[in-house]
Design a protein around this ligand. Structure first.
Ligand SMILES: NC(=O)c1ccc[n+]([C@@H]2O[C@H](COP(=O)([O-])OP(=O)(O)OC[C@H]3O[C@@H](n4cnc5c(N)ncnc54)[C@H](O)[C@@H]3O)[C@@H](O)[C@H]2O)c1
Length: 366
């Protein structure tokens, strides 16, 4: 009788999370549920959250000072889920200390800052990854399978967008302060759609962007939501856009349209990716309610027009993003996971803002 070789037990990794807002709590839950990881430390400004999540998941290390945590805990991996302007200093410090880093999206407040993070990841030989949890959704993974099957033929056009009825996060907090967030709706939620669309299109390069931004809700105190736990800053700044539109040229000759909005006069939230191919088209739609995703494919079967509704798989969410990060760390293939891909996303967003400011198309050098 041939018996299968025993599966190698992966080395247990010592993990920590910095930031305990909604995003950080998703990372905490993901590490806590992973039997191959010891979640050994948490860092946040809020003592009550350190206490609550420390107790809930039996996490012994609890720090208001994240540098002290990195110095004392001998970590293998850390998730950074703090306000965007803190991703780079925290990630660079952690990488320099030999820790592999998963930051929340957006990677940083600009492509220039994100590029510095990649440089440090390369120099230190550590993994740098960004949590794009939406590409882990069941509709996205199902549509990726459809694309990879070839049934749509060559994809040459796509449009995508996330338009909320009312959903400005942290109105007056770091979220709406330009130097801390790096931008508004496009930086915050448009980046998820950009990531999903480019992922589904097979990672074409974006060669040029023509974009426009508007702020019609935030400056009037309209469109706020309950998202975000940080304090409102002095003067409750609203220095970013609440709507951005972009037309992107791809190195395949194709084009991608992106709309991102935190608040809009529409009946309900809209979240979609539509793909147009030489042999078929497909769309995923999501009204903002988990479990409410649909996927539809239009093509031809035996010479007849056909409409297909592939089954939507389970949502991977943050647990999926964390699991992929841990896999990358364990693969040892640091060069393939140095943050280059999320850096390219950041550079596209930069080009969109530059285009909106200049009032003309901006090319993107690769
Ligand atoms: N992937 C997603 O779906 C998703 C959703 C929401 C937010 N985000 C991203 O996650 C990040 C955090 O967003 P949020 O909504 O959770 O923010 P938040 O403002 O609600 O919470 C920020 C957290 O960071 C902590 N923090 C701030 N400064 C700190 C410091 N010096 N040391 C230790 N902790 C510190 C705060 O104490 C707080 O716990 C942002 O980059 C945001 O874009 C991602």
């Amino acid at each position: 009788m041939i018996s299968a070789a025993p599966e190698q037990t992966p080395r247990r990794l010592r993990a920590a999370v910095i930031g305990l807002g909604w995003a950080g709590q998703q990372h905490v839950a993901a590490y806590a549920a992973d039997p191959t990881v010891d979640l050994v430390a948490l860092s946040a400004m809020e003592e009550h959250l350190l206490e609550e999540f420390g107790e809930k998941h039996q996490v012994p290390g609890r720090y208001q000072d994240w540098k002290q945590m990195l110095a004392e805990e001998e970590l293998d991996v850390v998730s950074i889920a703090t306000p965007t302007f803190l991703h780079a200093p925290m990630a660079i410090h952690a990488l320099e200390a030999g820790v592999n880093v998963l930051t929340e999206k957006p990677m940083a407040e600009s492509g220039e800052v994100a590029a510095r993070m990649v440089e440090v990841a390369r120099r230190t030989g550590r993994v740098l990854d960004v949590s794009f949890n939406h590409r882990q959704r069941g509709d996205v993974t199902a549509l990726k399978d459809v694309v990879d099957s070839g049934v749509l033929g060559t994809l040459y056009y796509a449009k995508t967008g996330w338009v909320r009825r009312q959903g400005i996060p942290g109105l007056g907090t770091w979220f709406t302060k330009a130097e801390k967030s790096g931008g508004g709706a496009m930086m915050d939620i448009g980046i998820h759609m950009l990531d999903m669309a480019l992922h589904l299109l097979g990672e074409p390069g974006v060669t040029a962007a023509s974009a426009m931004t508007h702020a019609e809700f935030g400056p009037k105190g309209r469109g706020g939501s309950g998202f975000g736990i940080s304090q409102v800053e002095e003067g409750a700044p609203f220095e970013v856009e609440d709507l951005a539109t972009a037309f992107l040229r791809l190195d395949t000759g194709g084009t991608l349209l992106l709309e991102s909005s935190w608040a809009q006069w529409i009946p309900e939230d809209l979240c979609y990716v539509t793909l147009y191919g030489s042999d078929g088209g497909a769309t995923i739609e999501w009204g903002g309610t988990p479990g409410n995703q649909t996927i539809t494919v239009w093509t031809e079967v035996a010479g007849m027009p056909a409409e297909l509704s592939p089954r939507v798989g389970p949502d991977g969410g943050h647990a999926g993003a964390v699991a992929q990060f841990l896999q990358k760390v364990r693969s040892g293939d640091v060069a393939a996971h140095d943050g280059s891909l999320p850096l390219r996303r950041a550079q596209v967003i930069d080009a969109c803002y530059a285009s909106a400011k200049a009032g003309e198309e901006v090319t993107i050098a690769h």
